[in-house]
Design a protein around this ligand. Structure first.
Ligand code: PEP
Ligand code: MG
Length: 836
């Protein structure tokens, strides 16, 4: 066969610096060697070699072992490009056989020799021969284990170290190629052709002759994995090897001095000091917080490996910020080290501990965060739900690789079976998705589409539930959720991001609560306040309905007179909260009938409230109803047809502005414009209101009038519009709807089919369609600028919080993006990444 020979590389301080083809672990080990740390002899195999081995290439294990001392035992560790992608587990003590067992028993004692051989037989059985790991359960005797292996395999346990090594390498190489391993790593972002390197290392034995000095194994790190705060954590176990305890009689020690018991620091102070020095050296030179795996053999310290400290997103932020604060890395690098999406984890919600909850069961808390959504029972249904932008909880008996796509788009996952290492749990943690698994008291009936609780309640597809992946609680309905606490490191990081980025980030906020959130996330203002949301409260709704029902101008004026102080108070509250930051208020947008009742009972209530006959109410509602309301009398069309509404809103805005302390210039935005004349008419009216308020109050104030570009015509005629508009804000939700002729509300019926059949790469309501809608943005921007060079451009549709869409806006020279408050930190960080 024309195979390339396998070319192992012995890692020495002066070997060529390893490139990408040996994987991250090999590369890191080489750096440790170059730093002069006491690493046992190590050999690296590259991706190509491992791929060859997986597909059957011959491996000369004996030749590979020639790099090591004649009687060395070796370990094999996986070395993928990114350690987070996982890989097959490490196998230790390769080379153990009857002869070495006898020799080691004489040298180190029977207990230590047994421990080494026992462990190797166990791993070989489970991971190389792929026999049931229970084969050896209970059996501690080496002879019994060897006999059980032989009985099962029909051949003796391999005695040749070369063959053992070859078989281990093959098993690990093949495990990497398995379907579920591939899906798992792809879910964590690995490309389909991600390679695996393998590292063969001489064993430093953590077991030894007690008379020969301290022996044991441990891991140590210098920061907390959950918070990132400086803290020595890890574990050390005397007479053990690997990351777990081996054999009985091991002594677990505290690492640092501890009143509760003996510590490694007490027992071997010099060694502990060296470990700390190594840790500091790694931090400084590898520019990263590392977890160090070490072995002590007869009093000598060996460093086997160092990996990036595993970390929660919160810890990642703290670690990056501390490294930058200590001058180990520059600030911009700290900013770059945090994936914008990771901030979502930091922002994870929690179920309010004080809330009265209706729990319907519980399971294992498998992935943190709380999520509310409608029950779906299949990945397909989850995708359909996502296309409708409806959060869902994927409920499965257990998850399989084919569910991963559905998990990607769910708000949370609930399974009846499985534990913390189940497929569902691992994938969910990888994706940062709240998950509760192993809720075994629930009964899921797939055929019937029901989930029956222990106390006999039956939940079905579409029912809203809340899962708490931090406690395992399952709750009916939408539980009150608490927003997470944001610490100083988070604030510092985003502060640095702010200094680096060159596009503004505002928030879409309609209510005082949302404005408070916007400020908390340090949005630089409100980019869109949808005022219709102010009219849906019960007391206002009635007045609004009176206004809509008014037959005569004076009746309408009277109703608007009552709405005026309410609106003034709303705006003044927003101005107060935003404390000088700009607030962009959009005049009423939706069709009037959205404020009216749709059913008979509601009409009857309204008839009573207004003192009108039911028939008259029904007739009026019928007259206002539209076949195609999203293209009907809404937005500026309403403003022109019923001008008193915008006049009232403008007056409320200006009166609130002159009342308050804030120096901000209010911004007034006209929705759904398609023609120059619309803007001219509304502008003339609002200028008139401003003049009136100025003269009535004797206070001078400025305001900015702008236009939402939401129709293709507005984008094309942006030049005309810019004559009267100081800013253009692209409403990419409506603009996407109208560019495609695709209903925002109905696209869910076929979006799934469209995306899965590749008609659209992505749902254009989630990811800005750069080619079509994007071109309209570019045209609008250029034509607007040509007429008014200092025109302010922005995006306030849902796309404002999406990193790719932010990149588009930045390239087009927009001033800011505006997105929902929760996406503001992500947008700030993503914008900084673009500018670095
Ligand atoms: C838009 O259309 O993009 C927009 C921001 O307005 P709304 O979503 O309120 O229609
Ligand atoms: Mg819109």
């Amino acid at each position: 066969k024309d195979q390339k020979p396998i070319e192992p590389l012995l890692i020495t301080p002066d070997a060529p610096v390893l490139g990408g083809v040996h994987g991250g672990r090999a590369k890191c080990l080489q750096r440790l060697v170059r730093l002069g740390l006491p690493v046992p002899p190590t050999v690296a195999l590259d991706f190509a070699a491992v791929r060859g081995i997986a597909s059957g290439a011959y491996v000369d294990g004996g030749a590979l072992l020639e790099a090591f001392a004649p009687d060395a035992l070796v370990s094999v560790r996986p070395s993928s490009e990114d350690p987070d992608w996982g890989g097959p587990g490490t196998i230790l003590n390769i080379g153990m056989n009857d002869a070495r067992h006898a020799a080691l028993a004489a040298r180190l004692g029977r207990g230590a020799a047994d421990a080494l051989y026992r462990r190797f037989i166990q791993s070989y059985t489970a991971h190389v021969a792929r026999l049931d790991p229970d084969l050896h359960s209970g059996a501690g005797d080496i002879r019994e284990m060897l006999a059980a292996f032989e009985a099962e395999m029909d051949e003796p346990f391999p005695q040749s170290p070369g063959r053992q090594l070859a078989e281990v390498l093959r098993a690990m190489a093949q495990a990497w190629e398995g379907t579920s391993a591939r899906l798992l790593r792809q879910a964590k972002g690995a490309p389909p052709d991600a390679g695996l390197g393998l590292v063969v290392q001489a064993m430093a034995l953590g077991v030894g002759d007690p008379a020969g000095g301290e022996s044991g194994a441990g891991v140590i790190q210098f920061v907390s994995s959950s918070t990132g705060e400086p803290r020595v954590t890890g574990r050390y176990l005397g007479q053990s090897q690997g990351r777990e305890a081996l054999g009985a009689g091991g002594r677990a020690l505290y690492l640092t001095r501890d009143p509760r018991g003996p510590s490694l620091e007490d027992l071997c102070p010099d060694l502990f000091d060296s470990l700390q020095d190594h840790g500091l050296l790694c931090r400084r030179r590898l520019r990263e917080e590392m977890q160090i795996e070490f072995v002590i053999h007869h009093g000598a310290l060996w460093i086997l490996d160092a990996v990036r400290v595993r970390r929660s997103s919160r810890a990642a932020v703290r670690i990056a910020v501390d490294l930058a604060t200590d001058g180990v890395i520059p600030q911009f690098e700290a900013v770059l080290r945090i994936e914008p999406r990771a901030l979502n984890d930091l922002l994870h919600r929690q179920v309010d501990p004080d809330a009265v909850l209706d729990r319907f069961g519980n399971g294992i808390a498998a992935s943190p965060g709380a999520a509310t959504g409608r029950i779906v029972f299949s990945a397909r249904a989850a995708q359909a739900s996502a296309a409708r932008e409806e959060p869902c909880i994927l409920v499965r008996r257990e998850t399989k690789p084919e569910d991963v796509r559905g998990m990607h788009v769910s708000a949370g996952v609930l399974t009846e079976r499985g534990g913390v290492t189940s497929h569902a749990a691992m994938i969910a943690r990888g994706l940062g998705l709240p998950a509760v698994v192993g809720a075994s008291k629930l009964h899921l009936d797939h055929k019937a589409g029901t989930l029956t609780t222990e106390d006999g309640r039956v939940l079905g597809e579409g029912d809203v539930i809340t899962i708490d992946g931090s406690s395992g609680s399952l709750i009916t309905g939408a539980a009150p959720l608490l927003e997470p606490v944001l610490d100083d490191a988070f604030r510092s990081l985003l502060g640095w991001a702010d200094a680096l980025r060159d596009i503004g980030v505002r928030a879409n906020a309609d209510t005082p609560a949302e404005a408070v959130m916007a400020r908390r996330f340090e949005a630089e203002g409100i980019g869109l306040c949808r005022t219709e949301h102010m009219f849906f409260e019960e007391d206002r709704l009635t007045v609004m309905r009176e206004m809509i029902f008014a037959e005569r101008p004076e009746d309408r004026a009277a109703a608007l007179e009552r709405l005026l102080p309410v609106q003034r108070a709303d705006y003044s509250e927003l101005f107060r909260i935003m404390d000088g930051y700009p607030v962009c208020i959009r005049l009423l947008d939706p069709p009037l009938h959205e404020f009216l009742p749709a059913d008979r009972a509601g009409m009857l209530d309204l008839a009573r409230a207004l003192g009108l006959p039911l028939s008259q109410v029904a007739d009026r509602i019928a007259a206002l109803s539209e076949l195609n309301p999203m293209l009907g009398m809404r937005g500026v069309r309403l403003g022109i047809a019923v001008p008193e509404i915008y006049a009232m809103q403008a007056r409320a805005i200006f009166e609130a502005a002159v009342q308050g302390e804030s120096a901000a210039v209010p911004e007034v935005m006209i929705p759904l414009v398609s023609a120059r004349r619309e803007v001219e008419l509304v502008k003339a009216q609002i200028d008139g209101v401003a003049a009136a308020v100025r003269s009535e109050t004797g206070r001078a104030f400025d305001y900015r009038l702008g236009v939402m570009v939401e129709t293709p015509r507005a984008a094309l005629r942006a030049g005309d519009i810019a004559e009267s508009a100081m800013f253009l804000s692209f409403g990419t939700n409506d603009l996407t709807q109208m560019t495609y002729g695709l209903s925002r509300d109905d696209a869910g019926h076929f979006m799934n089919a469209y995306v899965s059949r590749g008609v659209f790469d992505e749902d254009p309501f989630l990811k800005l369609d750069m080619e079509g809608v994007g071109e309209l943005l570019s045209i609008g921007a250029a034509r607007g600028r040509a007429v008014r060079p200092d025109i302010i451009l922005s995006v306030c549709g849902e796309h404002g919080g999406d990193p790719d869409s932010i990149a588009f806006c930045r390239n087009a020279g927009f001033s800011y993006v505006s997105c929902s408050p929760f996406r503001v930190p992500l947008a700030r960080l993503a914008a900084a990444h673009l500018a670095i």
